[in-house]
Design a protein around this ligand. Structure first.
Ligand SMILES: *Cc1c(COP(=O)(O)O)cnc(C)c1O
Length: 363
């Protein structure tokens, strides 16, 4: 039996990629908003149904740029049930993360708790669309309006998801996507910001390119976070196949659900109403099951099957933040973090392997 990793990167055929990059040997234009980059931005606007897309070298730097360019200060309300990147970006920008708990249904920010965390120092909310579930965007929007806060979504998990037909990237002031190799859509490393405000086009363009605003003008002290032509070419190829990849993921998820639903102590997250999922991850909660989450991981690993404790530890529990945050403030996130496991999921995972994984879990 072959090894099954928790994920496997989607790749186009070798020949398709070679064909895509061939022109670069003529143009000799390898980065700095080249033709592949501009073409990918255009195609992503159309695919994601948003007016503006700005590409980045990775999702993390895209998020840092969004926080920086929107001139946020003081406190930012966010959740610790996320990847390191979300919290690190906030802290690295000199902002104070104020951790809000998540709800136990879809593991996104608990909107009923946000208002109690808002102070006169709060400048923004940074919610995370975990696993491709969507946050309660409507409630977040009304709070943001009421208190005049910016909303920057971490949509790294949510490429292609839609709520009642409206794309995830169209909510809030800005959404950040990651196109890392392990995500549903990848450009090897890469990321993007989507937004509706035309004023951000030049702002983000400048902030990812040393603050340069003209041939002899440098208006901001900014770094470098540009996507290069080889990344963009990978994106152009992968975008042609992403719908097919999502459809295959859906089959895998349906098989998991068939095998694992209705079992005492195994909790699957319910489908959100009106949500068209991208099937990015398959989280399972072992909550009073005959084996603990950690026992399940061990049993699977004995069969060369690798699941992931995602997200554990919570970001507010990281060693680098020791003593900085009140760990008791997010009990639901802690409860989920101790019991959740994301099972292997990728487009080409075959259904026999899914059955094998489920048999090991159930036996
Ligand atoms: C992957 C990921 C990021 C970071 O994206 P990179 O492209 O790897 O920099 C940020 N937030 C979440 C939730 C992620 O899963």
């Amino acid at each position: 039996m072959s090894v099954i990793q928790v994920t496997r990167s989607s790749m186009p055929h070798f020949d398709e990629y070679v064909h895509e990059i061939k022109e670069l040997w003529d143009s000799r234009w390898l980065t700095n908003m080249g033709m592949k980059h501009n073409e990918l931005e255009k195609q992503l606007c159309s695919y994601l149904q948003v007016p503006f897309v700005s590409l980045f070298s990775n999702g993390h730097l895209a998020l840092e740029v969004a926080l920086e360019a929107l001139e946020l200060d003081g406190e930012v309300i966010t959740t610790p049930f996320t990847f390191a990147s979300t919290t690190h970006a906030i802290v690295r920008r000199g902002l104070k993360p104020v951790f809000c708990d998540v709800n136990p249904i879809d593991y996104t920010i608990d909107v009923s708790l946000i208002e109690s965390l808002i102070t006169d120092k709060t400048s923004a909310i940074v919610p995370v669309h975990v696993y491709g579930h969507m946050c309660n965007v409507k409630e977040i929007e009304s709070l943001a309006q009421k208190y005049n806060l910016k909303v920057i979504y971490d949509a790294a998990h949510a490429f292609g998801t839609k709520l009642n037909g409206k794309d995830v990237g169209s909510f809030g002031d800005v959404s950040m996507f990651s196109f890392h190799a392990t995500k549903v859509f990848n450009t090897i490393e890469g990321g993007a910001l989507t937004f509706n405000n035309e004023l951000y086009v030049n702002l983000f363009q400048s902030f990812k390119n040393f603050g340069i605003t003209g041939p002899e003008d440098v208006s901001y002290v900014a770094g470098n976070a540009k996507m290069n032509e080889f990344q963009a070419a990978m994106g152009l190829c992968n975008l042609r196949h992403v719908d097919e990849e999502i459809a295959k993921r859906k089959h895998v998820v349906e098989q998991y659900k068939k095998e694992l639903s209705g079992i005492e102590g195994i909790q699957l997250s319910p489908e959100q109403e009106g949500l068209q999922s991208n099937y990015a991850y398959f989280p399972v909660m072992f909550n009073g099951y005959k084996y603990s989450r950690d026992e399940i991981i061990k049993r699977l690993a004995e069969h060369d099957i690798f699941a992931r404790k995602y997200f554990y530890p919570l970001t507010n529990e990281f060693a680098c933040y020791e003593g900085k945050f009140d760990l008791g403030s997010t009990p639901v996130a802690a409860y989920i973090g101790n019991r959740v496991l994301t099972l292997p999921l990728y487009a080409d995972l075959n259904l026999e392997d899914v059955n094998r994984i489920c048999t090991i879990i159930k036996s």
